[in-house]
Design a protein around this ligand. Structure first.
Ligand code: ZN
Length: 304
């Protein structure tokens, strides 16, 4: 059992052994507020980023050894030209680059295609223990980010998957939730992914039940995630609960680290970085902030 309340800013993993399926449910509250408050995006962009962060939390939890997961959506000429989110040890962060004027022209509820145009979704897993990197890239297609993620799993990993995402702002701030259920390839350890049967008889059953989750359930701040999963799969023989992960906003930008990086540059180059205000300005797009770094605080190149 766990001490973490299973309602907000938490991710819960489950397996359904008899159906060869695994799943994860995520709900975010304060962590979304903490991220969005820094950016002041229009509501359409806020909702999209909140859903992308839920997807990031769902995918990040697939890493078993505490590595990093990066989700990046990039377009050639979309209203949104870049969306980046990442996950490391339960910490989430993200930002969006968009054209406010074109967004305003697109109306109150633009489709995914209207926002991104022709784009692609890249998902990168950096394993902590092996230092291996695995990246899959798929066209950004479908009605929603959830559908784009489903096609990522089908096309890039040959794993049938159901993804549902929702986000809304209410009286108590943001709530965002989602589920990811996947068919577990048989012989995962030894067999090549190419042999995964996309038409496994258990999968349609799991997909229908997982896909029946309601937006109101994903966003119900009082509905614990284990209850949510139980509502969907209460007729199954066995549903096993995996360890939960507490989620929060977190960024790795850190003035001390930045100073140590700048300290490695030759003194002349350090001097060239100083702006008109007398500081080196280091920008963090995730936090929508920049740090003024005084050259006097950087230290000499030899000290690092
Ligand atoms: Zn930052």
């Amino acid at each position: 059992m766990t001490d973490i309340p299973l309602t907000l800013d938490v991710s819960l993993g489950v397996t359904i052994p008899d159906r060869h399926a695994r799943g994860r449910a995520v709900r975010l509250g304060k962590s979304i507020d903490d991220i969005l408050v820094r950016h002041r995006y229009p509501p359409v962009i806020e909702t999209m980023l909140a859903e992308a962060l839920v997807l990031t939390a769902l995918l990040g939890a697939l890493l078993k050894d505490g590595g990093q997961m990066t989700l990046q959506a990039q377009t050639e000429n979309g209203i949104v030209d870049l969306l980046v989110c990442d996950y490391l040890d339960g910490e989430l962060r993200g930002y969006v680059r968009h054209d406010p004027e074109r967004l305003a022209e697109a109306g109150p509820a633009p489709s995914l295609f209207a926002l991104f145009g022709k784009g692609y979704l890249a998902i990168t897993f950096d394993q902590a223990s092996t230092k291996e990197r695995y990246q899959g890239i798929v066209p950004l297609e479908g009605e929603s980010l959830g559908q784009a993620a489903e096609s990522y799993f089908t096309q890039s990993e040959q794993i049938p998957s159901i993804v549902r995402l929702a986000a809304a702002k209410g009286q108590s701030g943001w709530t965002a939730g989602g589920v990811l259920f996947q068919h577990l390839p048989e012989g995962e350890e030894g067999r090549e992914r190419i042999h995964t049967k996309l038409d496994h008889p258990d999968w349609p059953h799991v997909a229908v039940l997982a896909g029946s989750v309601k937006e109101t359930e994903l966003l119900d701040r009082s509905l614990a995630l284990d209850e949510l999963v139980w509502r969907l799969f209460h007729e199954e023989e066995e549903v096993r609960i995996l360890p939960t992960v507490a989620l929060s906003r977190g960024c790795r930008c850190n003035p001390d680290y930045v100073r140590s990086v700048i300290a490695r540059f030759p003194v002349e180059e350090q001097a060239a970085m100083v702006g008109e205000d007398g500081f080196i300005r280091v920008d963090c797009q995730f936090c929508a902030t920049d740090f003024p770094i005084a050259l006097a605080d950087v230290g000499s190149p030899q000290s690092s």
